[in-house]
Ligand binder design. Structure first.
Ligand code: ZN
Length: 328
């Protein structure tokens, strides 16, 4: 089980939050997180919904078609493709979803800059033809391209040549991301693994680090809601926000029109899932969940293994806003 790798192999602490889950109600005595159940060898009921994933249209390693096929193999019935700053994969994903009988939620993940912090906002149930959304994403993609070239320039000035060319080749005409650079550095024998590349060369404070471009918070949420979508703050506990900043971010996100947060996230520990659920309750957000899957990799998150959302939270897919007409 991927989640147990982070903190523990068994969580024996009863958790009311996860006692009632999709597909059935667990007896109170079994009200422990899904990891504990797995460790006990008991049946687990993972969610068949996943609303955060990436394809080769951004920094994932599977094509939209292959990604949908893999999702189906993993038992996913409701799936969102949420590539960074592009909806280019949605047409192919939609056709494949139809073929496989999966509900495809049209989505995107936008980079947002707020008070000097980069946040990720997932848009779900968007009309991907909405012109302001497409125009906004085009600006973000241009900024990403400038950033990609600057990463290459900085690595070259650090004595590591030619990574831009290799990263561009790996991106195959789609946007060049740090994930492509990480793979390029491995291919050029400058790093042992993508993780090693991030740790020594690409991460914040490293020689090849360049700040990620971002739209304004209200601006990005406006594009999503204007396109009939629901704005979801991705992985609220993954930004390293302090106890002072986390409430400020959540409040600003809600005030700007954000409606939901990711409660269950692929890289969360069970405790972080519970904390995120509590934040959704406190701030009145709808709940979403997603693995943030980028393709198969050793030790990485896998599809079809997320625990279901706590039953007392309103899932983002049950909210009427998901079917709003595009009015702006
Ligand atoms: Zn993501």
């Amino acid at each position: 089980m991927i989640y147990c790798a982070v903190t523990h192999s068994f969580n024996g602490t009863p958790s009311g939050n996860f006692s009632q889950i999709e597909g059935g109600v667990w007896p109170a005595s079994l009200a422990i997180c899904i990891h504990g159940l797995a460790a006990l060898g008991l049946a687990t009921v993972p969610s068949n919904t996943d609303l955060h994933s990436h394809s080769t249209a951004s920094d994932g390693t599977l094509s939209p078609v292959a990604l949908l096929s893999h999702a189906a193999e993993q038992g996913i019935a409701r799936f969102a493709l949420t590539d960074h700053d592009t909806t280019a994969g949605l047409t192919a994903a939609g056709a494949q979803a139809l073929e496989l009988g999966i509900e495809l939620v049209p989505g995107v993940e936008l980079s947002v800059s707020w008070e000097g912090k980069i946040l990720h906002v997932v848009g779900l149930y968007i009309d991907d033809t909405h012109p302001p959304l497409q125009a906004g994403m085009a600006i973000l993609r241009d900024a990403r391209d400038i950033r990609a070239r600057e990463i290459g320039r900085r690595l070259a000035s650090h004595g590591i040549e030619d990574t831009y060319t290799v990263a561009r080749g790996l991106a195959q005409g789609e946007m060049i991301t740090r994930a492509h650079y990480a793979r390029a550095l491995v291919a050029n024998a400058q790093a042992k693994s993508p993780q090693d590349a991030f740790r020594r060369l690409l991460g914040r404070g490293c020689p090849g680090y360049v700040d990620s471009p971002g739209a304004g918070l209200a601006e990005a949420i406006g594009w999503i809601t204007g396109a009939g979508g629901i704005a979801v703050l991705a992985h609220p506990l993954a930004y390293g926000l302090t106890r002072l900043w986390l409430p400020l971010v959540l409040t600003a996100f809600g005030e700007a029109g954000g409606r939901a947060i990711e409660v269950v996230y692929g890289n969360n520990t069970p405790a972080q899932n519970r904390k995120s659920a509590q934040l959704a309750r406190e701030y009145g957000f709808l709940a979403s969940l997603g693995a943030d899957y980028h393709g198969p990799k050793l030790g990485g998150v896998r599809l079809g293994e997320l625990p279901a959302l706590p039953a007392d939270l309103e899932p983002v897919w049950q909210h009427p806003a998901r079917s709003l007409d595009v009015t702006k």
